[in-house]
Ligand binder design. Structure first.
Ligand SMILES: NC(=O)C1=CN([C@@H]2O[C@H](COP(=O)(O)OP(=O)(O)OC[C@H]3O[C@@H](n4cnc5c(N)ncnc54)[C@H](OP(=O)(O)O)[C@@H]3O)[C@@H](O)[C@H]2O)[C@@H](O)CC1
Ligand SMILES: Nc1ncnc2c1ncn2[C@@H]1O[C@H](COP(=O)(O)OP(=O)(O)O)[C@@H](O)[C@H]1O
Ligand SMILES: [K+]
Length: 480
């Protein structure tokens, strides 16, 4: 079963399924609170005094459980919460008070002496922005400069105000706020704890898939020992424009580093291309399908630096009837509309997606899952909506990438990605598999190069070692 990205509602359903399967909710809360206490111990090994701020719901309940364990492990604890808990949270509070630990009102919060704060005000049950005493507590915790461990979510996200955490212990599954900005920035380091939730309770194929090392490893094409350059995938890159001469070269490099046997670069005659020793050059007087056939490719990447010729290049390339990646200048509505139902992957950034959806780029960036789904529906192709994080859609399927960082926001990075996906298509992967693995692998290569100052060609160069790491089980997802 693939890993899913939850909404609050979907997590409540999972919760109910767990209970129906026989796992009592109080045990879930016990596991959750203990996981939080463990996170405090592991991430702040020198701290001996932990203050817990808790709310009225189950998030607060988790906080009471965490306080009880920390107390039993010898920590100094102080707990602040309003009255009025019910159900499991009330039980958890009583179990804490049974040890003689007093729960004081939130208004009385005094952070003097605290070394770590556990934020258990509110989690997935948030129904409105924090206000009143909750907003005040969040502000005081933030202003204190103390390390904060958030239970499930930093209280208040995705709204403002919210708590800013150093560590967020995600319970049972990752939620949208753990992946998408601006909420993600408030989470600090994210650690996922399964809290013993039965797998069957978490099954939710309707939710977006989170790309994991295990799932992506399984998609890597094999390279048989008797492979030759014509058997592992030949890629045609169709692009080239005087001001972006590096773009098609980067796509070609991405394709080779992702395993293509042969890469041919078709470009307008007279464009001074960057040197790339291993690439077959195919200068063209005009974009014509007959001329492109000479490459005998199994997949084509088109649009990178094709400039005003992008749509024309795309039309000629699409006439070949091959699996294709369309990027940048090939991403115009007339071209993409002709691809419905064909093995075509489009790789827009929010600006290009805006052009295809006739919406504003800010709107796309604020709602990437919805935008990717809308693109897949409208054009009937596989969609890679690039960003932090990149989101993918095909038909009813959605996926969210879990690798890469803002360091990848540099020129040419998308060209490398197009080449990687094209190589995977040429190796015989279905568009959905090629797009998911390509995006994941490209981000993983970026992560291995660094967190700032990445150059696109360096990321391409890091693809083979990233693949080795993936194969040898040396890759840990960000939530471990
Ligand atoms: N994943 C799982 O399976 C498991 C999940 N578990 C945990 O349960 C959490 C979800 O618990 P939950 O549903 O009780 O909601 P929760 O986050 O406590 O918030 C509701 C409370 O907050 C209040 N409230 C709302 N908005 C507010 C605001 N702006 N300002 C102030 N108050 C506000 C709201 O009050 P009301 O709106 O009724 O006034 C109500 O009292 C989840 O995040 C995880 O920690 C684990 O225990 C075990 C298994
Ligand atoms: N903040 C970010 N987090 C993760 N990945 C990012 C981030 N910003 C950019 N990227 C990745 O970098 C690449 C940028 O592609 P693109 O915008 O097309 O660049 P270019 O057109 O210069 O090649 C995409 O793969 C994108 O997902
Ligand atoms: K919280």
């Amino acid at each position: 079963m693939g890993m899913r990205l939850f909404t609050a509602d979907a997590m409540r359903r999972a919760d109910r399924r767990a209970v129906a399967l026989g796992y009592p909710s109080l045990l879930l809360m016990e596991a959750a609170g203990r996981a939080v206490a463990r996170a405090v111990r592991e991430h702040f090994p020198d701290a001996r005094a932990v203050w817990v701020v808790a709310g009225k719901g189950n998030n607060g309940g988790d906080g009471f459980v965490a306080a009880r364990w920390l107390f039993l492990w010898g920590y100094r604890v102080a707990v602040y919460a309003p009255d009025g808990q019910a159900g499991d949270a009330a039980q958890a509070r009583k179990a804490l008070e049974a040890h003689g630990v007093a729960v004081r009102p939130l208004e009385a919060l005094d952070l003097e002496g605290a070394e770590v704060v556990v934020d258990a005000l509110v989690g997935t049950g948030l129904s409105r922005p924090l206000a009143g005493v909750y907003a005040e507590v969040a502000a005081r915790v933030n202003a204190s400069g103390l390390p904060v461990v958030a239970v499930d979510l930093p209280s208040g996200v995705p709204f403002t105000p919210h708590v800013r955490a150093d560590v967020t212990v995600a319970l049972a599954g990752l939620k949208r706020e753990h992946l998408f900005y601006p909420a993600r920035a408030a989470c600090g380091r994210i650690v996922l704890d399964g809290i013993g939730m039965p797998e069957a309770a978490l099954e939710a194929p309707e939710l977006p898939e989170l790309l994991t090392p295990e799932a992506m490893r399984a998609l890597l094409p094999e390279r048989p020992g008797n492979a030759h350059k014509g058997s592992v995938g030949r890629v045609l890159v169709a692009g080239g424009y005087a001001t972006y001469t590096g773009a098609p070269a980067l796509a070609a490099l991405g394709a080779y580093r992702a395993g293509a046997g042969l890469v041919t670069l078709a470009y307008p005659e007279g464009v001074p291309l960057e040197p790339l020793l291993e690439v077959v050059r195919l200068p063209l007087a005009a974009w014509r399908a007959e001329a492109l056939r000479a490459a005998r490719a199994e997949a084509v990447a088109v649009g990178m630096g094709a400039g005003p010729g992008g749509p024309e290049a795309a039309r000629a390339a699409l006439e070949l009837g091959l699996p294709a990646v369309l990027d940048a200048d090939a991403l115009v509505p007339e071209v993409v509309a002709a691809c419905r139902g064909r093995p075509v992957v489009i790789t827009p950034h929010p600006g290009e997606a805006a052009r295809l959806l006739e919406r504003r780029a800010q709107e796309i960036a604020a709602h990437p899952l919805e935008a990717a789904r809308a693109l897949a529906e409208r054009y009937g192709v596989t969609v890679v909506l690039k960003g932090g994080p990149t989101v993918l859609a095909e038909g009813a399927h959605l996926a969210v990438n879990t690798t890469g960082s803002a360091a990848m926001a540099t020129g040419g990075m998308g060209d490398v990605l197009s080449g990687v996906i094209a190589a995977l298509l040429a190796a015989g992967l279905r568009p959905w598999d090629a797009a998911r693995l390509g995006v994941y692998w490209h981000g993983l290569a970026g992560d291995r190069v660094g967190r700032v100052g990445l150059l696109a060609h360096e990321v391409a160069e890091a693809l083979p070692q990233a693949r080795e790491a993936l194969i040898s089980d040396a890759v840990r997802p960000f939530w471990v």
